[in-house]
Design a protein around this ligand. Sequence first.
Ligand SMILES: Nc1ncnc2c1ncn2[C@@H]1O[C@H](COP(=O)(O)OP(=O)(O)OP(=O)(O)O)[C@@H](O)[C@H]1O
Length: 333
Amino acid sequence: MIGSKSGDPAIDVVDLRKTYREGWIRPKQQEALKGISLRVERGEIFGLLGGNGAGKTTFIKILLGIIRRTSGQATLLGYPAGDKRGRQLVGYLPENLRVPRHMTGLVALEYYGNLSGLTTSEVRKRRGPLLEKVGLAVRAKDPVRTYSKGMLQRLGLAQAMLHDPDIYILDEPTDGLDPSARAQVRSFLADLKQQGKTVFLNSHILQEVELICDRVAILDRGNLKQVERVENITSGRLTKNGSADARVELIVTFDLQGPPELIASVLASTVITSLQQFTPLEQRVVAKLGDQTEVDAIVDRLRSVGVSVVGLSRQRMSLEQHYLEIVAQAVTE
Ligand SMILES: Nc1ncnc2c1ncn2[C@@H]1O[C@H](COP(=O)(O)OP(=O)(O)OP(=O)(O)O)[C@@H](O)[C@H]1O
């Protein structure tokens, strides 16, 4: 029988498809997920990235049983997606939490806590420290209608944490938060990871994802384009298509001293995977290279014609740069 065992992955999805149908007479079909397979291990902080309409919210809603999949399999902590037992182990922050506006922050937490199966007295014991943690304690007695967007988001995070779930599913967790609150959220998430919890989040703020997540998946118009460790992306140790014999991409900046025409002629005659820019005034070349042999070849050629290599540095690739490249590739495919 399917059930949650500690060895089960946090999320396991195989060939997941979702087609929305709109209208009765001539139904219009929208394929939101086109066969996604993805596994998230327990204890990971995992980011799902993708542009507007990529299918991120659809994916989350299927996992939580809010909507039905068209085909494929999806389990959450070993339970089929939507199963009540799995759902109780999830802390969910929806994209737009709709809190009844007349409630105060304190009452709203009772309401959400009761929905998660906690008694009112359990909620009352837990909510004080949580409201402190999210920085909402001073406004806890005010009605929610007087809250700013960031305060609502803080309340949303508190309700997701209330029942001490095993997995957190967070749709844009730092949306609407000011820079110090964002830093606080990053530190909560790091604490959760320390406690062995799993965090699965959606975000458009890639600088933040880069700081928070262990691995990311890139979705593009319903297709899964890549699943990779953030560290591999940012250190440039990325292997294309994940295959073992794939070339490693390095982005290298050369600071040179010599006549610009000479430098230009060397660059023109050297095999470079992709020359990103040559700034004659600064005598700086930024190139994307296949491996160290290509770096050595360029240095040798430059040195042989009397150009000095005064600086050589390997650039980190930002997650944002990488994401934009993957999405741009997908458009041309
Ligand atoms: N209820 C619905 N009926 C019909 N189509 C829908 C419905 N919900 C979503 N879609 C479509 O499915 C696709 C995926 O939408 P989804 O909301 O999952 O994207 P998303 O990645 O979360 O986008 P965003 O970043 O803009 O929130 C889009 O083309 C969207 O128009």
